[in-house]
Design a protein around this ligand. Structure first.
Ligand SMILES: NC(=O)c1ccc[n+]([C@@H]2O[C@H](COP(=O)([O-])OP(=O)(O)OC[C@H]3O[C@@H](n4cnc5c(N)ncnc54)[C@H](OP(=O)(O)O)[C@@H]3O)[C@@H](O)[C@H]2O)c1
Length: 273
C-alpha cells in the first residue's frame, strides 16, 4: 500500500475501524493523524494506535495527502467550509458521510479539490465491511488506487460509475447489516419458540449465518443454486422455503431496499444544500 499522509477528520466509530484496519495491514502510524474536537477521542486514538492527534481540523489538514471526512452528515457543511482555506495544496478528500453529494462537497471545499464519495458499512468495525466508491473527474489514477487500498483495509471495495449508485449502495449494503440482524433475531426467536434454550438458539443461528455466507463466497455457483442443492424434495428445508416464498419474502426485500434507496435520495436533497 502506498504511504500517503492520511488525516481523519472525526475520530469516531468509522475512523477508528479504518485506522485499526490500516495499521493491521502495515500502514505506518507516522503517516496517520486524526482530528476530533473531543480531547478524550484523541487520547483514545493515540493510546490505541500511537497516531498523531489534533483538535484543530485546519492544522491537521494542511499537511495531508488524503483527508478522510468521517463526521456526521449533519455537521459536514460547517466542517467542510471551515477546512476549505487549508486545502490550497488540493489533497484528495474522501467523504464517508451518507447523503452528502460530491457537488455539495465541491462547493464547500473548493472547485479544484479531488473528491471521492464512499459508502462503507458497520462490519468495517470487524474488518468485514463492504464499501462502494465513486470518484469525481478531478481524481487521478494514483489517488483512486490509494483510496481503494484504504477502504480495502476494512473489507471489500466496489467502484461505481455513477454517483446515484452511492444511494443504491446505501440501501443495499450500507443499511444491509440491519436486515441480516433482523433475520438473525427472527431465526433465534423461532428456535427459542420451538423449545431450544436461548444461548443454543443464538449460537446455532449465528454459526449458520456465518457458514452460509462463507459457503456462498467460496462457491462458484450462485445463491439460488446453493439453495436448490440443500433443498431435497419433500424435506424439511423445502417446507420452510415454500412457506417463506408463499409469504413473498423476496418481494418484501425488494420493496424494503427500494424504500431505503428513496430515503437515501431524499436525505441527499435535505443534507446537500
Ligand atoms: N457507522 C456506520 O455504519 C457508517 C456507515 C456508513 C457511513 N458512515 C458515515 O461515517 C461518518 C461517521 O460515522 P461514525 O459512525 O464514525 O460517527 P461517530 O462515531 O459519531 O464519529 C464522528 C466523530 O466526529 C467527531 N466530530 C464532531 N464534530 C467534529 C468536528 N467539527 N471536527 C472533527 N470531528 C468532529 C465526533 O465527536 P462528538 O461525538 O463529540 O460529536 C465523533 O467523534 C458519518 O458521516 C456516517 O454517515 C457511517
Amino acid at each position: 500500500m502506498s504511504e500517503a499522509k492520511l488525516v481523519f477528520i472525526g475520530g469516531g466509530n468509522m475512523a477508528t475501524s479504518l485506522i485499526g484496519g490500516l495499521i493491521e495491514k502495515g500502514y505506518p502510524t507516522s503517516h496517520i493523524a486524526a482530528c476530533d474536537p473531543v480531547v478524550d477521542s484523541g487520547k483514545r486514538l493515540k493510546a490505541d494506535f500511537g497516531i498523531t492527534t489534533h483538535t484543530e481540523n485546519t492544522t491537521a489538514a494542511a499537511e495531508a495527502d488524503i483527508i478522510i471526512l468521517a463526521v456526521k452528515p449533519q455537521i459536514m457543511k460547517a466542517v467542510a467550509k471551515d477546512l476549505a482555506p487549508a486545502l490550497t495544496h488540493k489533497p484528495l478528500v474522501i467523504s464517508i458521510a451518507a447523503g452528502i453529494t460530491a457537488a455539495a462537497l465541491q462547493s464547500w471545499l473548493g472547485e479544484e479539490v479531488p473528491i471521492i464519495r464512499c459508502m462503507p458499512n458497520t462490519p468495517a468495525l470487524v474488518q468485514s465491511g463492504a464499501s462502494g466508491l465513486f470518484a469525481t473527474n478531478l481524481v487521478n489514477p494514483m489517488q483512486r488506487q490509494r483510496a481503494g487500498d484504504i477502504l480495502a483495509a476494512v473489507g471489500t471495495v466496489s467502484w461505481l460509475d455513477s454517483e446515484d449508485d452511492i444511494d443504491k449502495v446505501t440501501a443495499l449494503s450500507g443499511s444491509g447489516p440491519a436486515y441480516f440482524f433482523l433475520v438473525i433475531e427472527a431465526m433465534t426467536e423461532a428456535g427459542i419458540k420451538l423449545g431450544l434454550n436461548p444461548e443454543t438458539a443464538r449460537q446455532l443461528t449465528l454459526q449458520t449465518a456465518l457458514g452460509a455466507a462463507r459457503m456462498a463466497e467460496a462457491s462458484d455457483v450462485d445463491a439460488a443454486e446453493l439453495r436448490k442443492r440443500v433443498t431435497s424434495p419433500a424435506g424439511t428445508t423445502e417446507k420452510a422455503i415454500n412457506r417463506l416464498l408463499e409469504n413473498k419474502l423476496p418481494e418484501h426485500f425488494e420493496q424494503a431496499i427500494a424504500a431505503a434507496y428513496h430515503r437515501a435520495k431524499e436525505m441527499a436533497d435535505e443534507l446537500s444544500i
